[in-house]
Design a binder for this molecule. Structure first.
Ligand SMILES: [Fe+2]
Length: 270
């Protein structure tokens, strides 16, 4: 399933898979002035190509290597012969692959891994210069794109919502906080996220989100010192698990989010 909506001259491209008649998950890519930001799922690659057929596509950026952001890379290269860029740290994952969970394959389709080009510090289109900011919190080599003259910050998966409470088991919330702090260095008016949300007063929202992470961390550490397990902390702070817990066999969960405050680091395999 693919659906286009517009925000001013920005095309928001919603993609998702329907399983047993239910739309379980969606992800957004964006098109502006010849630039496609992310290529979405493998399952929707032909719908995306149909949409792009009426556009003047000149280049593509992958914000990061996760399969719901690179799924149509090979199909787009084959059809349009345009360059696709990603941060150098993301290139080996995009080219050689990495472990993909079965729920991810079912939701989004297993992509064809392929070589893309290293991003520099800027991406230029006919009308705009996008600044490339390496944040690397959500995954190794994650970038966000800043369109300075509009104050638009394309956050990828680095910022999805102002009060997150679920994550994959690779998430390290200290890295997430560092990434948010990096984004705070830019005067963002809008946060344009891959969950489809567009948040106004961008910099203020980032600041409040950092406060939220700090406050949650303090609660998690305090409850841990009192002897509660991560699962008990989930019950106490969030009233139980996310509905996606069972479907993903716990790979996406609130417990992971809680444990994301208790680990030292680990983006090596994500
Ligand atoms: Fe991601």
């Amino acid at each position: 399933m693919l659906k286009i909506t517009q925000y001013q001259d920005l095309d928001k491209i919603m993609m998702g898979s329907t399983i047993n008649g239910q739309l379980l998950y969606t992800v957004f890519a964006f098109f502006l002035d010849g630039l496609l930001i992310d290529t979405g799922c493998h399952n929707t690659r032909y719908e995306l190509i149909d949409y792009l057929g009426s556009k003047e596509l000149s280049k593509v950026v992958n914000t990061h290597h996760h399969i719901d952001h690179i799924g149509a890379n090979q199909a787009i290269m084959d059809k349009f012969k345009v360059p696709i860029f990603a941060h150098p740290e993301a290139l080996p994952f995009i080219a050689d692959g990495f472990h993909v969970f079965s729920y991810q394959k079912e939701l989004w389709g297993a992509p064809t891994f392929c070589r893309v080009k290293p991003l520099g510090k800027k991406i230029t289109t006919k009308r705009f210069d996008f600044e490339v900011i390496h944040t690397g919190g959500h995954s190794k080599g994650h970038v966000v794109l800043f369109l300075k003259n509009r104050g638009w910050l394309f956050t990828g998966d680095e910022f999805l919502t102002n009060k997150p409470n679920s994550s994959s088991r690779f998430t390290d919330n200290h890295q997430m906080i560092k990434a948010l702090q990096k984004m705070m260095n830019f005067e963002s008016e809008l946060l344009i996220t891959c969950s489809g949300g567009i948040f106004k007063k961008g910099k203020k929202i980032l600041s409040r989100t950092i406060d939220y992470y700090r406050e949650t961390e303090s609660n998690v550490l305090s409850l841990t010192r009192q002897g509660l397990t991560p699962a008990e902390i989930v019950l106490k702070l969030f009233n139980g698990e996310t509905p996606l817990y069972e479907y993903t066999n716990g790979e996406f969960s609130r417990q992971n989010f809680v444990e994301g405050f208790l680990k030292k680091s680990s983006l090596e395999n994500c």
